[in-house]
Design a protein around this ligand. Structure first.
Ligand SMILES: [Ca+2]
Ligand SMILES: [Ca+2]
Ligand SMILES: [Zn+2]
Length: 137
C-alpha cells in the first residue's frame, strides 16, 4: 500500500505543469513525492509581452526559457513553498535543494536562479530568482 500523501499539487499547479517540458515535470513530481516541503507551481509558460515586462522591471529577461519553446513547452518553472512567504528566503533555499536533488535523481541537467553560473557560490548572483529552475539544454 502506498503511503498517504500529505503534500500534493493542487489543480492550479497541475494545469501549469501541462505547459512544462516533461523532463522538468518529472523533476518536480519527484521533489513533491519526497514529502519534505509543500510547494506550488507558480509559473511555467510565459508570454513574450510578460517577458518583456519583466525585462523592463529588471526581474527577468526577454529571451526567458519560460517562453513556449519550439517543442511546445516552457523550459523553465517557478515553484514556491506553500504557503508562500516571500520574505522567508530560507524556505526557498531549502526547496531549491530538494529540487536540485530531484533533478540529480531524474538525471536532468537544470540551472537554478539562485546560482546561475552553477559554481555553488550563492552570493555572486546578478539576478536573484530563487523559485526558478530551467533546463540547461
Ligand atoms: Ca554562483
Ligand atoms: Ca561565479
Ligand atoms: Zn522563472
Amino acid at each position: 500500500m502506498a503511503p498517504e500523501m500529505t503534500y500534493a499539487f493542487g489543480p492550479i499547479s497541475e494545469a501549469r505543469l501541462k505547459d512544462l517540458h516533461p523532463d522538468l515535470v518529472r523533476v518536480y513530481r519527484r521533489a513533491m513525492s519526497w514529502q519534505l516541503l509543500d510547494f506550488m507551481i507558480l509559473e511555467t509558460v510565459r508570454t513574450q509581452a510578460a517577458a518583456n515586462d519583466n525585462a523592463a522591471k529588471g526581474t527577468g529577461i526577454k529571451s526567458s526559457k519560460h517562453l513556449r519553446q519550439p517543442d511546445g513547452f516552457a523550459h523553465a518553472c517557478d515553484a514556491v513553498p506553500y504557503p508562500v512567504d516571500w520574505k522567508d528566503t530560507k524556505r526557498f533555499d531549502f526547496l531549491a535543494g530538494v529540487i536540485a536533488a530531484a533533478a540529480k535523481v531524474e538525471d536532468v541537467a537544470v540551472r537554478w536562479g539562485g546560482n546561475w553560473d552553477g559554481d555553488n557560490d550563492f552570493h555572486d548572483n546578478s539576478l536573484e530568482d530563487l523559485p526558478h529552475f530551467e533546463l540547461v539544454a
